[in-house]
Ligand binder design. Structure first.
Ligand code: NAD
Length: 294
């Protein structure tokens, strides 16, 4: 059978246009949305990613301040930066970019991002609010999966959705978003053992484990829609997901590509979340702002 490729590029473009439109409307009211990205690494691929956010923000009319404090930054310095940005009125959204210097724990820092500026849902308060259905920013990657499913009209209500991965940034928030969309959610993880009995019975499988080739053709059926969140850099520098695309293609109903799937939509959502945060902070009325919450 032919497996449909669910590219994220068209959707990402639509979300970027929406962010640009929101930014334009805010400018008319004297509000200039600004995203701050805190970076403390010399990892080239991370720096490249951050610059790509800056470029996309610029094209959408959103300010992007890269706060690069270098790979030797201490937890104390990072904490101070996050506190300052949280208090600064001209900054609307804050991202703490990983990886962090060795010995610095993101868990000790993300709680310092003011919840109303937490546009990538990193603060545990945001996750807690998602859990009880209160307005909060979901992590952009988790929301990206839901937006892709909606865009391609993949039904979730009453369907069996398997999420492989239980991290606080992807697996857990995504499971909450899917529950809010009435899916029957099963979370698999590193101690699940055989994935096949779960994934083969699922209507939708989302893989977010960071393991190259984890999901193969034998894990899916002809009805399965597969969303690949994984991003793994191979020794030759190329980017692949967690899905063995060659073996899943021809078996599953549909598959998101890597690159060009979840990742493209994620970056666009960071921009949209920034405009939503700016709108909320300025007290400007408009569309409902509960990002990713239903
Ligand atoms: P993580 O390492 O924090 O969590 C990985 C999860 O996968 C864990 O819960 C673990 O239990 C599970 N897991 C590991 N090996 C497994 C196995 N063999 N079988 C079943 N489950 C297994 O990673 P993360 O931050 O959640 O990211 C997951 C992947 O998503 C990574 O590849 C990451 O690069 C990617 N990611 C992509 C984006 C994007 O925008 N495209 C954003 C964030 C993360």
């Amino acid at each position: 059978m032919k497996t449909e490729v669910l590219s994220g590029k068209g959707l990402a473009g639509m979300i970027r246009e929406r962010a640009q439109d929101e930014a334009r409307q805010l400018e008319l009211r004297g509000v200039h949305p600004v995203l701050a990205v805190v970076v403390a690494t010399d990892d080239e691929s991370t720096l490249w990613y951050v610059r790509s956010i800056e470029r996309s923000a610029g094209r959408a009319g959103i300010g992007c301040r890269i706060v690069d404090i270098g790979p030797d930054a201490t937890e104390q310095v990072l904490a101070g930066v996050l506190r300052d940005l949280s208090a600064e009125a001209s900054v609307n959204g804050i991202i703490l970019q990983t990886p962090l210097p060795s010995g610095v724990r993101a868990d000790n820092l993300v709680g310092l991002i003011a919840p109303h500026k937490d546009i990538d849902g990193a603060n545990p308060l945001s996750l807690g609010r998602l859990a009880v259905g209160q307005p909060a920013f979901a992590p952009a990657t988790a929301r990206s999966v839901v937006e892709i499913l909606d865009h391609f009209e993949v039904p979730t209500a009453g369907r069996n959705v398997v999420v492989v991965g239980r991290s606080a940034v992807v697996g857990k928030p995504l499971s909450l978003l899917l529950l809010a969309k009435d899916a029957t959610v099963t979370i698999c993880h590193s101690r699940t053992g055989e994935l096949e009995p779960f994934t083969r019975a699922a209507d939708v499988v989302v893989v977010a484990a960071g393991r190259t080739g984890l999901l193969t053709g034998s894990h899916v059926s002809e009805k399965t829609v597969v969303v690949d969140v994984g991003t793994n850099v191979l020794p030759d520098g190329s980017l692949v997901g967690d899905v063995d695309a060659a073996s899943v293609s021809g078996v599953a109903a549909a598959l998101t590509p890597v690159p060009g799937g979840v990742g493209s939509v994620t970056t666009a959502l960071l921009l949209l979340h920034t405009t939503e945060a700016a709108r909320q902070q300025a007290g400007v009325l408009g569309r409902p702002l509960a990002a990713g919450v239903a």
